[in-house]
Design a protein around this ligand. Structure first.
Ligand SMILES: [Zn+2]
Length: 275
């Protein structure tokens, strides 16, 4: 099974591999640029080679990118939209250079205008990104918690977008358990509903987070496994569902003081696996 976490690239891109290895994970997610900006900077060939060599040595599995949270494909501002699209294209191209799976991202927020007002722009932007994405690299839409007009909190909304995309083979879905719980999806039927509305063939990865906030709260607040409102029992059932056997699980949990997933969090995640 692939079990891992979101880790930092601070101090050199290849350092993310040391971090996930130290945590005891075998799959990882990272940014590929500063999360505080839509600006990007190319990595050197030397940095890429260093990473590739280390990845083979440490025997780490799938690497996912997470687009910066500032990305908003529903933005009213043309220049902001352009910067969002360019950031994601940079991520997709870099993903190909390091043989990552692709880029997980949040579609954005319509800020009260409604999805129907922004759907055409979103679909056109995604199609443009896909046209500029290298072969085999997935653009992965993540379900949201529905906070403040964020798009994709229901599977119907995600499906509405996917249905209008040209090359669906390049599209994946990231299912975030906390976002689903906050959006009012019952954990016992979550996977049935997901399969019915979207289908497991699109599922690329799970963001495996417990929830600090109540069911149906529409708030995006992650909790460490076993410390949240979803609870260890429901999380364990999801983790061991045979339908998710080949899907990587990534922690985006706060750890201690929001410093991110710790070694003990990965150890706890592993302990939930029923052999
Ligand atoms: Zn997430």
């Amino acid at each position: 099974m692939y079990l891992g976490a979101h880790v930092s690239i601070a101090g050199g891109f290849d350092k993310c591999l040391d971090r996930i290895s130290d945590l005891g994970g075998n799959t990882l997610m990272t940014f590929a640029s500063s999360p505080r900006s839509l600006r990007t900077k190319d990595f050197t060939q030397e940095e890429i080679e260093k990473y590739n060599k280390k990845k083979a040595q440490l025997n780490i599995g799938p690497h996912f990118f997470h687009g910066v949270y500032l990305v908003n494909l529903a933005s009213e501002s043309k220049s902001y939209l352009k910067a969002s699209v360019e950031s994601l294209i940079f991520y997709q191209r870099f993903a190909s250079q390091i043989e990552a799976v692709g880029t997980i991202f949040h579609v954005g927020s319509h800020k009260g205008r409604g999805l129907s007002e922004t759907l055409t722009q979103i679909v056109q932007s995604i199609n443009f990104i896909l046209d500029n994405s290298p072969k085999g690299i997935k653009l992965i839409l993540e379900n949201s918690a529905g906070q403040g007009g964020t798009i994709g909190d229901t599977f119907e909304e995600l499906e509405l977008i996917i249905n209008r995309i040209g090359d669906k083979s390049k599209i994946g879905i990231c299912l975030d358990t906390q976002h689903a719980f906050a959006s009012g999806y019952n954990m016992t039927t979550l996977l049935d509903v997901f399969d019915h509305k979207i289908g497991f063939k699109r599922l690329s990865v799970i963001h495996f987070n417990d929830s600090l906030t109540e069911f149906n709260s529409h708030k995006d607040r992650h909790a460490n496994l076993g410390e949240g409102k979803i609870g260890a029992e429901s999380m364990q059932k999801l983790l061991n569902d045979p339908r998710l056997k080949n899907v990587p699980f990534i922690l985006e949990t706060p750890g201690l003081n929001h410093s991110g997933p710790r070694k003990e969090d990965i150890a706890y995640l592993k302990s939930l696996v029923v052999q």
